[in-house]
Write a protein that binds this ligand. Structure first.
Ligand code: FE2
Length: 279
């Protein structure tokens, strides 16, 4: 699936763009399934906001339990000062996660498309294991900023070996909050780690290294058409701005490792009931 040049580029830059990797029909099945889940979602029962600007202080049981469920999280900008919704529900969800691949057949079928497993095998993952799926809405006007971070801060294996596959469900541009990455910075140190104490069921983000993000002139915008995939290393710093445009920017994200890697107990995401999802 991947050429030697592509493999070398992934190794050198820490990310790789695969333009138009998925057909429109495949995306549409996932998108429809995601919208059907939102339609069923009871917003009066769950008001957990997902934002990244509070050092993850908002992670609660509804978030932790989503490791083995399909839960919807709200945009900060979707609630008024009184905590009431100020937008239609379908324009209020920040993202859903994190076990759609196990629990929603359309997501499971998509994740089992041969291309995904093959790309991982080409990168040396002999038994690709899918830990989580996220469907991110990046709603028009309010889709929240995701601050600079490295995914190895949130998904921890020994050795560090998680790979992200970010798939554009809609065209991603600077205007609607595309991803930004910094070529080569996957070799920089891990800045933070989010660990959960399971007795108190609280998560804490701890700073490990004060090295600044190299965001002066180096970041590259991942402006890609719908159906494109961006693969990235778990130490790659990445960011996306608030979506101030009038267009949404839906994306599906998969995080994988190899079955042989140890999945650590302090990870917020634990799947004792679902086990390994192998591709
Ligand atoms: Fe991330």
């Amino acid at each position: 699936m991947l050429t030697p040049d592509q493999k070398q580029q992934f190794d050198q830059d820490g990310f790789l763009v695969l333009e138009n990797a998925f057909a429109a029909g495949e995306l549409e099945k996932v998108r429809k399934a995601a919208l059907a889940i939102v339609d069923e979602f009871d917003i009066d029962r769950h008001r957990t906001v997902f934002k990244t600007t509070d050092r993850d202080a908002g992670r609660d049981d509804y978030f932790f339990d989503s490791a083995e469920a399909v839960h919807c999280f709200l945009e900060e900008g979707a609630l008024g000062a009184d905590g009431e919704l100020i937008r239609p529900k379908e324009l209020a969800i920040n993202k859903m996660g994190h076990a759609m691949h196990d629990l929603v057949p359309e997501f499971g079928d998509f994740c089992r498309l041969p291309l995904i497993g093959q790309v991982l095998r080409d990168l040396g993952y002999s038994h690709p294991t899918l830990w989580q799926t996220m469907y991110i809405f990046k709603q028009p006007g309010i889709g929240g900023e995701v601050r600079w971070h490295q995914d190895a801060s949130y998904l921890i294996t020994s050795p560090p070996n998680v790979i992200g596959m970010w798939i554009a469900m809609e065209d991603a541009t600077r205007d609607n909050g595309c991803l930004w990455m910094i070529p080569g910075q996957h070799r920089s140190p891990l800045r933070e780690i989010f660990r959960v104490d399971w007795e108190s069921r609280t998560g804490t983000l701890t700073t490990l290294d004060e090295t600044p993000w190299q965001i002066g002139t180096d970041p590259v915008a991942m402006e890609v058409p719908a159906g494109s995939a961006v693969l990235f290393h778990d130490h790659m710093p990445h960011y996306s701005s608030q979506n101030t445009s009038d267009k949404s920017r839906h994306a599906l994200t998969l995080h994988l490792s190899d079955r042989a890697d140890s999945w650590l107990a302090e990870n917020w995401l634990q799947r004792p009931g679902l086990g390994h999802f192998l591709l």
